[in-house]
Design a protein around this ligand. Structure first.
Ligand code: G
Ligand code: MN
Length: 297
């Protein structure tokens, strides 16, 4: 992270390295804090790569953080598990989503790589936001802005979406897919996500929850299960990403199980925009003459 000081977004990183995911902290946070945080630019997107079997970036997942000085609890960096519930309660969740989309588009623009080699960005979307008709409208606009090729921005349906049973929800996803927006089922195998969900949503990608990868190191039975889950996801027509790869052993198991992509601390922690761009540029595999196209894109 030697380049942090060159990126204004990163100035706060060294002071807030520990991310808080403890929801109990919510009782100390006021509605006003959130509104101020959003208007004062305290939300900061990080980017974590998803790589192929050679370690080359396929795309990045945008992970939001919130840096704030709270009067009663001091300086904190909060993770989405904390502030997404608050945003939803305040009816500001779509605002945060919109901010994420804008920053994902900025990231892709700054990456400045020819379209055919350009890694995309995946943004988490909560089920309640996905059910908002305005979000659907904005997703069509997004698809139109990128109509020259496959839309580089995709969405990860977070775990809670499994509780949304209404047919309109699934039809909306289907319509958007026809318009070129791709969806992933996030954290598959955790919480409420069930087999019915991968049947109802024809997800482009399924991400296997990191709890599975945590288990495979100790347990041969989990390896067999992982292989079967990957096969099932492939039969459902989806790419499969293994989340939470922390060491070479887990990487090998995920690859033997047939996973198409890998994500986790073994490859990289979530990085600020500047570091993620540097990281990607060092690893992108492009034909030699493609470099000269960089200027023209
Ligand atoms: O639910 P979702 O997949 O969006 O969660 C992403 C979260 O997982 C991020 O907060 C990220 O920091 C964390 N994460 C990413 N890679 C790893 C990993 O290898 N191990 C663990 N324990 N967490 C990870
Ligand atoms: Mn995710």
């Amino acid at each position: 992270m030697s380049n942090q000081l060159q990126d204004p977004d990163c100035v706060s990183c060294p002071f807030h390295s520990e991310v808080c995911f403890d929801r109990n902290i919510l009782e100390h946070i006021k509605a006003r804090d959130f509104a101020d945080g959003l208007s004062q630019g305290e939300f900061r997107p990080l980017f974590q790569p998803v790589v192929d079997q050679n370690g080359s970036p396929l795309y990045f997942e945008l992970l939001m953080r919130w840096d704030r000085q709270f009067p009663c609890i001091g300086n904190r960096t909060l993770g989405p598990q904390v502030f997404c519930a608050l945003a939803e309660r305040l009816g500001r969740s779509v605002d945060l989503w919109r901010f994420a989309v804008a920053r994902a588009e900025r990231f892709i623009e700054r990456l400045d790589v020819p379209r055919q080699f350009r890694p995309g960005v995946a943004i988490n979307i909560a089920p309640a936001d996905m059910a908002d008709p305005q979000v659907e409208v904005e997703m069509y606009e997004l698809a139109r802005r990128h109509e020259q090729g496959p839309c580089p921005i995709s969405f990860e349906l977070t775990e809670g979406f499994a509780r949304h049973h209404d047919i309109e929800f699934f039809e909306r996803i289907c319509r958007l897919q026809s318009a070129g927006i791709r969806f992933a089922i996030d954290d598959f195998g955790s919480g409420y996500s069930s087999l019915a969900r991968i049947r109802m949503v024809r997800a482009d990608t399924i991400k296997i929850d990191k709890a599975f990868l945590a288990a495979v190191t100790e347990d041969a039975r989990s390896c067999d299960m992982l292989r079967l889950i990957v096969q099932m996801c492939h039969l459902a027509g989806a790419y499969v990403i293994a989340e939470g790869i922390e060491n070479a052993h887990q990487r090998d198991i995920a690859l033997i199980a047939g996973c198409d992509g890998l994500q986790g601390f073994y490859y990289s922690v979530p990085m600020c925009e500047f570091d993620a761009i540097e990281w990607a540029r060092r690893r992108l595999v492009m034909p030699i003459n493609a470099e000269s196209d960089l200027e023209r894109v």
